[in-house]
Design a protein around this ligand. Structure first.
Ligand code: ZN
Ligand code: ZN
Length: 472
């Protein structure tokens, strides 16, 4: 995630478009089996009986027996599922190069889900998982398979969970890929097919952490749908499992859980009571646990985790009780927050500003510990962001400067001393540019406050920019 628009989208939705491609162990295990003719009375794909007019054909890849339609003659005779599966194996290193979607055009492949042969089923699931790479193939998936297949997949999910079959994780991968998109209606579709309930129910089983992380990944994606987020929030035991998994310190798990919490807060702000419980829950969760996790993740090199923790912090700030807990935890780390220079970089910047604004608001009420906010390097970073080509970045920067001027305009003037020329030049440029209307609003307010401070810098700014009182 390198560019700002993508980080911004991620911040707003909590969804990234990462595709899961889990390798399937069964592929190598069962490939060598070459079935004897007499053991197979009917085509292993379409089920038509073999006889004089319907000859048996062995697939050269899997050794299973099919009719001529299901295992057509080509330079390499392979069954309908082995053709795309072989393609996946050969192009696994460069997945963007291959195009296996035409395999979806054959709805009869889905009959393999009811095939007793586990190898054929696993290859089908692997192909489905790989084919869900973009909205076009997702639409094809719906068109050809739709609710029937999701129903079978769900039954399969429950069965595979019981037997601890490796196919279990392949199915989760299908759910993840199906919803790894900026379009919420795919998540809505899974919700209508009851996928979230099945995922939630499996979280209550004893499972390895890696599998739990996969389930949280799928839940994160599906929680983009409002109804699903509500359902997740109300599911018995959901928060307990989350708190337990958060304690493991696994960053991927933490990222997904924070994203789900964010999506829940989007639909029901009152859920902050469950996310930040005032009373400890059975010894596993103290009220500040989430905030501690958020603060730790702010300093992780993992950008997705950073953005998700900032997003949740910003959302929890809306609740007064939560804001108090956050403030206490955050202030412990605030100097570090500003000291780490790479923190204020392009992609993470948008969310950083959200936090700065919130911190500014709190400081306005209680003027403690404001020194670090007016640190020269921090202010320089913000002024540089003001010059960004991206309107959101410069608007955020202007909003932060405005908030800072309201907190203490004299301190802001002092921090601007060496940057005076750069600052004035940028402000002039932005005020003349009509496209940056909402940037100017904050800037004008900020400059007016600076002028009023009667500080040397404030006076100089007034001289170079002129009187702005009448502008708004
Ligand atoms: Zn057949
Ligand atoms: Zn085959």
């Amino acid at each position: 995630m390198d560019d700002l628009p993508q980080a911004q989208f991620f911040f707003e939705t909590g969804i990234d478009t990462e595709i899961l491609l889990t390798p399937c162990l069964l592929t190598r295990m069962s490939q060598e089996k070459w079935l004897a003719d007499n053991d197979v009375p009917a085509c292993m794909m379409c089920g038509t009986q073999f006889g004089f007019s319907n000859r048996r054909h062995h697939c050269r890849r899997c050794g299973r027996v099919f009719c001529a339609v299901c295992c057509p003659e080509a330079e390499f005779r392979a069954c309908l599922i082995c053709v795309p599966a072989k393609e996946i194996d050969e192009r696994l290193q460069s997945p963007q190069l291959y195009e296996i979607n035409q395999f979806l055009d054959n709805p009869k492949l889905m009959s393999l889900l009811n095939q007793p042969d586990e190898f054929l089923r696993s290859e089908l699931l692997r192909c489905l998982q790989n084919s869900l790479r973009n909205n076009r193939t997702r639409d094809q998936f719906l068109k050809y398979f739709g609710p029937m297949v999701l129903q079978s997949l769900l039954e399969y999910y429950t069965a595979a969970l019981k037997t601890q079959s490796p196919l279990f994780t392949t199915i989760i991968g299908i759910f993840v890929n199906f919803t790894a998109t900026a379009q919420p209606h795919y998540a809505g579709y899974l919700h209508e097919c009851n996928v979230p309930v099945a995922l939630l129910a499996s979280l209550n089983q004893p499972l390895p952490l890696q599998t739990q992380i996969l389930i949280f990944h799928a839940l994160r994606n599906v929680s983009y749908c409002f109804q699903a987020a509500k359902q997740i929030s109300e599911f018995p035991g959901f928060y307990q499992v989350c708190f337990q998994v958060l304690q493991t310190g696994a960053i991927r798990a933490q990222e997904f859980i924070l994203a789900i919490f964010g999506n829940i807060l989007r639909v029901s702000p009152e859920s902050s009571k469950q996310i930040l419980p005032i009373e400890p829950i059975q010894g596993i969760c103290k009220s500040s646990q989430i905030v501690q996790v958020c603060t730790q993740l702010l300093f992780e090199k993992n950008q997705s985790a950073q953005i998700m923790s900032m997003r949740l912090i910003v959302m929890l700030f809306q609740s007064e009780v939560a804001a108090l807990i956050i403030k206490t935890e955050l202030l412990k780390n605030i100097s570090r927050l500003f000291k780490e220079s790479e923190f204020v970089q392009m992609a993470a910047m948008f969310s950083t500003f959200q936090i700065l604004i919130e911190i500014g608001r709190i400081h306005k009420k209680q003027k403690d510990n404001t020194v670090c906010l007016f640190n020269k390097n921090v202010v320089q970073n913000i002024v540089e962001c003001l010059q960004s080509d991206n309107a959101v970045t410069s608007r955020s920067a202007a909003a932060v400067l405005h908030a800072m001027a309201e907190i203490d305009s004299v301190k802001l003037c002092t921090a601007l001393t060496d940057l005076q020329q750069q600052f004035v030049g940028t402000v002039k440029g932005l005020l003349e540019n009509e496209q940056f209307y909402d940037v100017s609003e904050h800037l004008v307010e900020c400059v007016i406050l600076l002028e009023k401070s009667e500080n040397e810098v404030g006076k100089a700014i007034k001289q170079s920019i002129g009187d702005l009182e009448g502008v708004l």
